[in-house]
Design a protein around this ligand. Structure first.
Ligand code: C2E
Ligand code: CA
Ligand code: CA
Ligand code: CA
Length: 276
């Protein structure tokens, strides 16, 4: 901790110690996870809000650890970010996702999450170029997803990196919109292709709540006038899907239309629809 001289820190906290130990064990395993082939990607469909056809899949990383079993990304992604292990992991994700997307119909895109640590690496644009080249995927089919947190650190470097990726022809989505430190200033400077409205504005009681509805409506209006599309996240029910469509969101993602699935199952969705 920062204030070592504070004098309160010698109080021994067994539960904190246990947490720190668990974290240390997890970190040790995470260091070997790439070499041990313990990661895989799942893919969640993103559908057109009006006709419900699949327009994209979001790649979501999964860790099947031989030491810890299944570890949720909510747990290991922050750890990977703190330790910078997210840089090689993210590189692997990008390559793997582009390779998989190459198997899908040409109009279907792939969304890939990128952490600030990864984006701020000087080599990031090169990694995108290499992932596209290795897979043969057209740049227009790749949309990376970043959260507002990238602007908290090195805003100008983040912006430059995103502009380079856009110059390649790729899209950039602003993820979890409305949950972070929302300064709208950067929306003026960066042409995001998509704004992803966070699930807290969409789910359950939220869509029956006048304030949430007003916010979604305002975000959609703002996105439209800035020539950006909107995706609503976390749609779990038919009612939510209808409301979201009425509010004018372009795309929908959520358990109602499909849970994250293996690459094999994602591919089957297209084979089925081609047979129809
Ligand atoms: P995210 O980018 O906001 O991804 C959406 C999360 O919401 C996923 O959780 C997804 O399974 C979940 N979700 C989708 N639809 C619904 C729904 O209808 N209801 C509910 N309750 N949840 C839904 P997941 O896969 O556990 O990922 C959690 C977070 O971990 C992601 O949030 C993202 O921030 C991070 N993450 C996942 N994969 C990667 C990756 O490859 N790289 C990086 N940097 N971060 C990743
Ligand atoms: Ca995301
Ligand atoms: Ca999100
Ligand atoms: Ca998130």
């Amino acid at each position: 901790s920062k204030d070592e001289g504070g004098g309160e820190h010698f109080v021994y906290e067994p539960s904190l110690h246990a947490l720190a130990e668990e974290r240390r064990q997890l970190e040790l395993s995470l260091r070997d996870a790439l070499n041990n082939d313990e990661f895989l990607l799942h893919y969640q469909p993103v559908v057109d809000a009006n006709d419900h056809t699949i327009v994209s899949f979001e790649a979501l990383v999964r860790w099947q650890s031989k030491d810890h079993g299944f570890v949720s990304p909510a747990k290991f992604i922050p750890l990977a970010e703190d330790t910078r292990l997210i840089v090689p992991i993210g590189k692997w994700v990008l390559r793997q996702a582009c390779m998989e997307a190459r198997k899908w119909p040409e109009h279907v895109k792939i969304n890939v999450n990128v952490s600030p640590e990864q984006l701020l690496e000087p080599d990031f644009t090169n990694e995108v170029v290499e992932a596209l080249a290795a897979s043969g995927l057209r740049p227009e089919r790749l949309e990376i997803e970043v959260t507002e947190s990238i602007f908290l650190r090195d805003a100008s470097i983040a912006r430059a990196a995103l502009e380079q990726v856009m110059a390649l022809g790729c899209g950039v989505a602003l993820d979890d919109f409305g949950t972070g430190y929302s300064s709208l200033g950067y929306l003026r400077k960066l042409r995001f292709s998509t704004i992803k409205v966070d699930k807290t504005f969409v789910q359950g009681a939220a869509v029956r709540n006048a304030e949430s509805l007003a916010i979604v409506r305002a975000v959609v209006a703002m996105a439209q006038s800035l020539d950006m599309t909107t995706t609503a996240e976390g749609v779990e029910t038919e009612e939510e899907a209808q409301l979201i469509r009425q509010l004018g969101c372009d795309k929908i993602q959520g358990f109602y239309f499909g849970r994250p699935m293996t690459g094999e199952d994602a591919l089957k969705l297209f084979v089925q629809s081609m047979r129809r």
